[in-house]
Design a protein around this ligand. Structure first.
Ligand SMILES: Nc1ncnc2c1ncn2[C@@H]1O[C@H](COP(=O)(O)OP(=O)(O)OP(=O)(O)O)[C@@H](O)[C@H]1O
Length: 599
């Protein structure tokens, strides 16, 4: 399992432990189920390494046979073996690449699916902290970078490690002194490159964070383009964009300054290895301890040692980005899940029929922040309709979110049908409790899918009945393809007015036929005329159901029997709507006065 390690990446200057590389290696768990391809790779990698190691041995025998006047048949035989080993290497490289790329894409597709699945289970707070643009960059950008190196990881890194070990063994077998010179050299190389990676990774992390921040910013501002333009905030947006671009540019330059040292270091190290091989071979050869063929082979192995280093240096930029991406992906996988699915034991399912709602001494605060609800107690009987009013920021929406299980109380208990909300199966809760807010998400999909949330088993009869109950029957009859008409904002899709969108949200609730309805200012963005059009549908929706209705404009709360007034997170008034409205001394009466709801 990957673990979050962004903090590791942020550690400035000091060389990194192998943590990020392990995270990258941890991604191989997404290759489960690819046994045949993995086995094929497991055979191809050692085969390729063996063929590479064989070539200098053949060279050695060829040179020594030539110098010792070997038969031309023997020389031809060695030459043919050499050609065969070269052809074999080519076949292994091409075949191995094809298998590794396929594996990498299959693995990263699984990773993408898991990331999307995890994101869909996150609480609302997660989406406030991570705008869609940033999530898209992580789910697509980071994972694509990982796919780019996963093949390198599987094929190149493993093959190169085996090659380096094989070369060291072969050199030791030639002469222990050659082996003794190269072993510390190989070790020093690994340590040096590791230190270099340790310096550059925090800088690359910072650059990628800045890039994701820029994407998030662009996504938010482009989504709100209309509002920015109408309210004259375009210039400010451009200014903020300039600051972000400057930040990204600075971080990219800092990362590039360190990254550029890598290829230079590798070139210097590989040149040094060739010089070392030459020096040791000449010395041993002149002392009569090494045949000319073995000296050639030693040089050949030294040149072979350059290959992993040079490949790593050309792939370093990708590898560097991939290590950082692996950290960011791990962060996303490790983010806390939906608090609606705690590990506590689940209670029995909700009983059939009408359900009551209860809050007992509930206190709640967002992190970080002041307490929003302070010791709120409230009983809503089955079938009772309660309006929740109070000034801006007094905690009305928070109360409703607690009943819907989107937040969990710091203290006290919230129950639906007598069961603790936090202990209910979220699917059970969602089936019996519906929340309608002013935000209605219309998907680029058919009316049918928008209504039933892609559940194709719902019969048309029920869909049509829900549309009729919501008052959308006439609108639906006017659609060119009825329930199959595409909705949304894309080309060819049917656009909807704000009022129609809200009615569609109500139709979704009619379809589910819940016992409890939570309305959080569903009409707040509508003009009074459109709001009036919605009223009959709202009235039908609340009939016979338990309801909590949050309303900023208390005079529109005609459907409720009882009013609860909140002030600074406390219940300060609770009574029948008619009585409170008629009582000039009541808080509700004061809120009904012109401007009272917004003071
Ligand atoms: N996700 C959040 N993170 C931190 N603080 C929050 C969050 N949501 C709301 N708050 C704060 O909690 C307090 C209560 O917010 P809430 O939305 O419940 O009030 P409200 O009575 O519904 O307000 P309004 O009538 O304006 O919709 C406010 O001070 C708000 O700033």
């Amino acid at each position: 399992m990957l673990t979050a390690s962004a903090a590791d990446h942020e550690r400035g200057g000091e060389p990194l432990a192998f943590g990020p590389l392990w995270q990258l290696a941890g991604l191989t768990r997404y290759l489960r189920g690819e046994r045949r391809a993995v086995t094929l790779l497991a055979l191809l990698i050692p085969a390729g390494v063996a063929l590479q190691l064989a070539a200098p041995q053949l060279l050695r025998r060829f040179v020594d046979s030539t110098l010792h006047h070997g038969s031309s048949a023997a020389l031809t035989g060695i030459a043919l073996w050499y050609l065969a080993s070269a052809a074999g290497q080519m076949a292994v490289v091409v075949g191995g690449d094809a298998v590794a790329v396929r594996l990498a894409w299959r693995g990263t597709d699984r990773l993408r699916a898991e990331l999307v699945d995890r994101c869909l289970r996150r609480p609302a707070r997660f989406y406030q902290e991570h705008p869609p643009g940033e999530l898209v960059e992580r789910i697509d950008g980071d994972v694509t970078r990982l796919a780019g190196v996963m093949s390198a990881l599987v094929l190149e890194v493993l093959a190169h490690l085996a090659l380096v070990l094989g070369v060291l063994v072969a050199l030791f077998l030639f002469d222990w002194r050659i082996g003794l010179v190269f072993a510390p050299f190989a070790l020093a190389t690994v340590v040096l490159l590791h230190r270099l990676a340790g310096r550059s990774l925090p800088l690359v992390t910072a650059r990628q964070r800045s890039a994701a921040d820029l994407l998030g910013f662009l996504e938010e501002r482009l989504a709100g383009a209309e509002e920015l333009r109408v309210n004259g905030a375009t210039a400010h947006t451009l200014g903020a964009l300039e600051l972000r671009l400057a930040d990204l540019g600075g971080r990219a330059r800092a990362a590039a300054r360190v990254s550029v040292r890598w290829p230079a270091t590798v070139q210097a190290l590989s040149a040094l290895s060739v010089v070392l091989a030459l020096a040791v071979s000449v010395w041993l050869h002149s002392a009569g301890r090494l045949s000319t063929g073995t000296a050639f082979a030693t040089l050949s192995y030294a040149l072979l040692l350059r290959r992993p280093l040079l490949t790593l240096s050309t792939r370093f930029h990708d590898l560097e980005q991939a290590v950082v991406s692996a950290g960011r992906v791990a962060e996303l996988l490790g983010a806390p899940g939906d608090p609606g699915t705690p590990a506590r034991a689940r209670s029995a399912p909700l009983p059939d029929g009408p359900l009551g709602v209860g809050l007992t001494a509930v206190s709640f605060q967002y992190e970080p922040g002041e307490p929003v609800l302070r010791g709120v107690s409230l009983r809503v009987g089955p079938g009772e309709r309660v309006g929740v009013v109070g000034r801006t920021g007094c905690g009305k929406s928070t109360l409703v979110r607690l009943v819907f299980g989107l937040q969990h109380p710091g203290r006290g208990s919230v129950t639906v049908g007598g069961r603790e909300v936090g202990e209910l199966d979220p699917a059970d809760l969602r089936a019996r409790v519906a929340l309608v807010t002013q935000e209605v998400q219309i998907f680029h999909a058919s009316l049918r899918d928008n209504l039933a949330f892609f559940d194709r088993s719902v019969p048309d009869r029920r869909l049509l009945a829900a549309l009729e109950q919501a008052g959308l029957d006439d609108w639906r009859r006017g659609l060119p393809d009825g329930l199959d008409t595409p909705l949304g904002t894309a080309d060819g899709a049917r656009g909807m007015s704000g009022g129609q969108e809200q009615l569609l949200a109500l139709a979704r609730v009619f379809l589910r036929d819940p016992a409890v309805v939570l309305l959080d200012e569903p009409t707040a963005r509508l003009d009074p005329h459109t709001e009036a059009l919605l009223e009959p549908a709202l009235e039908r929706l609340l009939r016979g159901r338990t309801a909590l209705v949050v309303q900023h404009r208390p005079h529109t709360l005609r459907q409720v029997d009882r009013i609860v007034v909140l002030d600074a997170g406390r219940v300060v008034e609770d009574g029948p709507r008619e009585r409170l409205a008629a009582d000039p001394g009541s808080r509700f009466h004061a809120l009904l006065a012109p401007g009272g709801g917004t003071r």
